[in-house]
Ligand binder design. Structure first.
Ligand SMILES: Nc1ncnc2c1ncn2[C@@H]1O[C@H](COP(=O)(O)OP(=O)(O)O)[C@@H](O)[C@H]1O
Ligand SMILES: [Mg+2]
Length: 252
């Protein structure tokens, strides 16, 4: 077992007076896909957003405890949020490409970082779109508005946009739940390829998806982690009765 790339330790989160996360402890290993599952409202998205400080943007949020990325506490005042979110990128449920060309979507982060070399940008556009398994579908229309593509293509463009800045971790919040089954399957296959180079933490309400693609699964309920283990064990022989009831579909 390798050293964790991200560790949450004793993490509590409050929205105003409401405590949404209770003492979360989770380690994520590099080059694995970890799935976060659990009933609606149990804190999966809230937890995911803690991992690259997206909750900082929400008023009235209080967070205590620690999230470490390698050895760095990301909640320390020294953390540069732009750098952090480059290292730990995020893909959302609804595809959210910017309303401009595919090419400009993919190069957006690089241009902000000051990359101007056209040949380098071209290379990264091609590499990122290939990694996101959408190159063949968009390569002849790179200067078309990204919004003119299908939902599934837009989502893969969004994945490519994250990949373009070379993150080490990709957070995904139900990235296929707005997509048709064929597009979802393409994205699942893409993730299985991407884990060779990246670490992926994915929220999914689709238990089959979690069992198909993830190495580890964390089961959340009411802001707590009930159980966290190898996916093969979680779905076949979990330790906890609540986990068993949930993965066998007895409540949702
Ligand atoms: N911005 C917010 N302000 C207040 N409460 C919130 C906010 N976002 C989520 N919550 C609450 O926190 C709890 C966990 O929500 P969430 O993380 O979205 O759950 P999940 O992703 O598992 O469905 C829920 O009770 C939800 O209503
Ligand atoms: Mg959610």
């Amino acid at each position: 077992m390798s050293d964790p790339i991200i560790t949450a330790d004793n993490l509590d989160l409050y929205y105003g007076d409401f405590q949404a996360l209770h003492g979360i402890h989770l380690d994520f290993e590099p080059h694995q896909i970890s799935a976060l599952i659990g009933p609606s409202g149990c804190g999966k998205s809230t937890f995911l957003r803690c991992l690259n400080r997206m909750n900082d943007m929400i008023d009235g949020v209080t967070i205590t405890g620690m999230v470490k990325f390698h050895d760095q506490n990301i909640y320390s005042p020294q953390t540069n949020l732009v750098d952090l979110r480059k290292e730990i990128g995020m893909v959302f449920q609804q595809p959210n490409p910017f309303p401009f060309s595919v090419y400009d979507n993919i190069t957006y982060g690089l241009r902000i970082a000051g990359v101007r070399d056209k040949q380098k940008l071209d290379e990264i556009v091609e590499r990122s779109l290939k990694q996101a398994a959408v190159w063949d579908e968009v390569k002849d229309n790179l200067y078309d508005n990204a919004l003119s593509f299908s939902g599934g293509q837009q989502q893969r463009i969004c994945i490519a946009r994250v990949l373009a800045v070379s993150p080490s971790v990709i957070l995904m919040d139900e990235p296929t739940s707005a997509l048709d089954p064929i597009s979802s399957a393409k994205i699942e296959n893409t993730l299985l390829e991407l884990k060779k180079e990246y670490t992926i933490i994915i929220v999914t309400h689709n238990l089959q998806q979690a069992s198909r693609i993830s190495d580890k699964t964390a089961f959340f309920m009411e802001g707590r982690v009930v159980e966290y283990d190898d996916t093969s064990k979680m779905f076949v022989n979990p330790d906890n009765k609540q986990t068993e009831d949930y993965v066998s579909g007895r409540f949702g």
